[in-house]
Write a protein that binds this ligand. Structure first.
Ligand SMILES: Cc1cc2nc3c(=O)[nH]c(=O)nc-3n(C[C@H](O)[C@H](O)[C@H](O)COP(=O)(O)O)c2cc1C
Length: 316
């Protein structure tokens, strides 16, 4: 019998059973999926972005299907931090998996408020800072400007002892520059990517498909963009990188790990199949076993970039 591969990875001080997490905004507050999947099959789950007050989100329609993914403009609809602590945490404390809570807001003070409230709350393993939502006014400002990105992370660093994961947007010229600034400001890890800004038009009515006109593109269409972002970030920082974007299978997860990710998050795939996350973890384990990979950690950043001398000579 083949030995089971070791799937454990470390995100800073956080030890994960396997490298597959549920992505924020695609897994509610965990309980919604409790009857479809065993949450313990995930390395961890990331909950929907929380703001200080309950937030209704953007006008409908808020989702549209595209050729290889989806557009959404949910706009951070959430129950607010107090209701989360009161109504969602009792269930989440019973779940045997790492709990990462995603924090958002408009001005810095809102991020501070949510972070302070969560830092006092038992049962949370780490915070992911949503510096990158394309669906709220000003939502991306923090991760499109390295100075503002660093200010936000260092402000939160000073008020919490929880590990901080900075979630970045791909809607920038050089994501590596933003990654360096949040690492210097004290981020323990970086997750990438959030959705890409996109738009679709109903040519019959000539109206945008989304009520908010533009939205965020996710799913298989964005995977190559996400892999490139992870590769770039991993070459620029020494903190762990969590890869997100279009992951549907164990092989997709391997691709991210080889490009430099320590863990991955599964988002849109969960809307296609609620068991997508555990299935990615299982097929990742099967791939490792079949490929003679004893520990998943040996895959991280194992990419081989051919030197120019090895490249075939093209004349055009
Ligand atoms: C419907 C929907 C809602 C989302 N809500 C959030 C959110 O609240 N906070 C956040 O940080 N990311 C949010 N995201 C982004 C995802 O966490 C993820 O970064 C992105 O969808 C790319 O991964 P995927 O291609 O696997 O979906 C949302 C994505 C979708 C599709």
């Amino acid at each position: 019998m083949t030995a089971q591969p070791d799937l454990t990875v470390n995100i800073g001080a956080l030890k994960l059973r396997n490298p597959v997490l549920a992505a924020s905004g695609t897994f509610g507050y965990g309980s919604e999926y409790g009857r479809f999947v065993d949450l313990a099959d995930f390395g961890g789950i990331v909950t929907k972005t929380l703001t200080p007050e309950p937030w209704p989100g953007n006008p409908p329609p808020r989702a549209a299907e595209t050729a290889a993914g989806m557009l959404n403009s949910i706009g951070l609809q959430n129950v607010g931090v107090e209701a989360f602590i009161r109504d969602k945490m009792p269930y989440l404390r019973t779940v045997d998996t790492a709990l990462i809570v995603n924090v958002g807001g408009g001005p810095v003070e809102e991020f501070v408020h949510v972070t302070e409230r969560l830092s006092d709350c038992e049962g949370i393993d780490a915070l992911e800072i949503n510096m990158s939502c394309p669906n709220v006014s000003g939502g991306m400002d923090f991760s499109t400007d390295p100075r503002r990105a660093a200010e936000l992370v260092s402000t939160l660093r000073n008020i919490t002892g929880l590990p901080l994961i900075a979630k970045l947007t791909p809607n920038v010229t050089d994501i590596g520059e933003i990654a360096r600034s949040v690492e210097e400001a004290g981020a323990d890890a970086i997750s990438a990517i959030n959705t890409l800004r996109g738009m679709a038009v109903d040519i019959r009515t000539r109206r945008p498909m989304l009520g908010a006109v533009t939205g965020g593109l996710s799913g298989p269409a964005i995977k190559p963009v996400a892999v490139a972002a992870v590769y770039r970030i991993a070459s620029q920082v020494s903190v762990p990188v969590i890869g997100i974007g279009g992951i549907m299978s164990g092989e997709d997860a391997v691709e991210f790990l080889v490009a430099g990710a320590t863990a991955v998050q599964v988002g849109t795939a969960t809307f296609v199949e609620p068991r997508a996350g555990p299935s990615v973890a299982r097929t990742l384990a099967e791939w490792c076993a079949a490929s003679g990979v004893h520990t998943v950690r040996s895959l991280i950043g194992s990419i081989q970039i051919p030197s120019p001398e090895d490249a075939p000579c093209h004349r055009s």
